[in-house]
Design a protein around this ligand. Structure first.
Ligand code: KG4
Ligand code: ZN
Length: 366
């Protein structure tokens, strides 16, 4: 066997992305990304204050051919040089996923190459190994994005065990919803991040939700990894709808008592205080999970891992506790196809391929 060249396609939400990656026969632990291309639809959805699924799938259709061709051109490869095609099968918007899945299936059949199904969150997790091939195992990974806030325990490479997740909103969703309440543009996360840099994060006490025992007993069960105590189940869950409601109530009270628009300082204080509540909740639970599972490192991936305060506090806390904290580069934090290529190469090596009747699954489990 020689080196493996893989084309990856990602269309789960509002980015059409393709990447070319190589796994070297001599060094399967590290991957080389030859090219990565992203066509963002943010400008289209901004007008509506969020992603409009029908507009997203139509735009994927317009963009996919050009994005794939560009990835091949940038990577200086032709279709005939591809050894495998990987694609995000789910979770995501089904109409968006279908564009990538249909394209990848057609390409795999036309070229007679294996088709590799990839879970979007496995992609986010593998973005960490792309940046840090020697990430110490076992590890705990917090995947924090617009659609998910989940904690995974990785006892070994390629094994992902869900040990905690949000009971309601994802953290990125909370950023986007609070930004909307403040009249800021979509997506709200990067805007709140920027405004918060000039604010006082202790100005307003927004509550950070803590799961009670009854809360823990409710909700769908998560399987505790073998060999771990039952009380780890549900202990590391998140909830972000409370903090979002607290911000809404605060804004309502302030607007009733004072009809003037928010000053720049006030806006910065609200953003910083909200961000602190979310970041504290994420890091408290993630570090607790790392301790309970005896992890040798903590990884944080997904769109919200681009947050500057989260990155700074995570690294500081890790240093204080002697626990290596790893994050993807900013480019690899938000949705991209390089991470799907990494997860695809991992799957291919494990012998996981799909038949040509592969279907997109909006709520695919990991
Ligand atoms: O992983 P991602 O690109 O797409 C999903 O799989 O959902 O994550 C997008 C989410 C959005 O909610 C966006 O507001 C948030 O990540 N985000 C941020 C930052 N950059 C992106 N949230 C907070 N601070 C940021 N700097
Ligand atoms: Zn994502």
């Amino acid at each position: 066997m020689s080196d493996t060249t893989l084309l990856a396609i990602e269309t789960s939400c509002d980015e059409t992305a393709a990447a070319l990656a190589i796994e070297k026969e001599a060094d399967p632990a590290s991957w080389e990304i030859l090219s990565t291309v992203i066509a963002s639809q943010v400008e289209i959805h901004r007008e509506w204050g969020g992603v409009v699924p029908e507009l997203a799938s139509r735009q994927h259709l317009r963009d996919i051919c050009g994005v794939v061709e560009r990835a091949l051109r940038d990577g200086e490869r032709g279709f005939a040089q591809l050894d495998a095609i990987a694609v995000t099968q789910g979770p995501g918007l089904v109409g968006s996923l279908l564009v990538g899945v249909a394209f990848a299936k057609a390409l795999a059949v036309a070229l007679d190459r294996p088709l590799v199904p990839v879970h979007h969150l496995a992609g986010h997790i593998e973005s960490l190994f792309l940046c840090h091939p020697d990430l110490p195992l076992p590890t705990v990974v917090l995947v924090v994005s617009g659609g998910h806030t989940s904690l995974y325990h990785l006892p070994e490479i390629g094994t992902y065990r869900l040990v905690g997740r949000t009971r309601d909103d994802a953290a990125g969703e909370a950023f986007d919803k609070v930004a909307k309440l403040l009249g800021l543009a979509y997506p709200g996360g990067p805007i709140i991040d920027r405004l918060a840099q000039k604010g006082n994060e202790r100005a307003i006490q927004f509550p950070v939700a803590r799961m009670t025992h009854a809360d823990r007993a409710a909700g769908p069960a998560i399987v505790s990894p073998p060999g771990f105590p039952k009380d780890t189940v549900g202990r590391m869950d998140f909830s972000f709808s409370g903090v979002k409601t607290a911000v809404a109530r605060y804004l309502q009270r302030r607007r009733t008592s004072d009809p003037n628009p928010f000053s720049q300082n006030e806006l910065a204080d609200i953003c910083a205080s909200f961000q602190r509540a979310v970041v504290d909740a994420l890091l408290d639970r993630a570090f607790e999970a790392a301790r309970r599972f005896g992890a040798c490192s903590l990884g944080i991936a997904g769109g919200v891992s681009a947050n500057s305060r989260l990155r700074e506090l995570a690294i500081n806390r890790g240093r204080d506790q002697g626990l290596p904290v790893v994050l993807p580069t900013l480019h690899l934090s938000t949705d991209n196809a390089a991470m799907i290529a990494a997860a695809g190469l991992r799957q291919l090596r494990a012998g996981v391929t799909a038949r040509p009747d592969l279907n997109a699954v909006a709520s695919l489990a990991l």
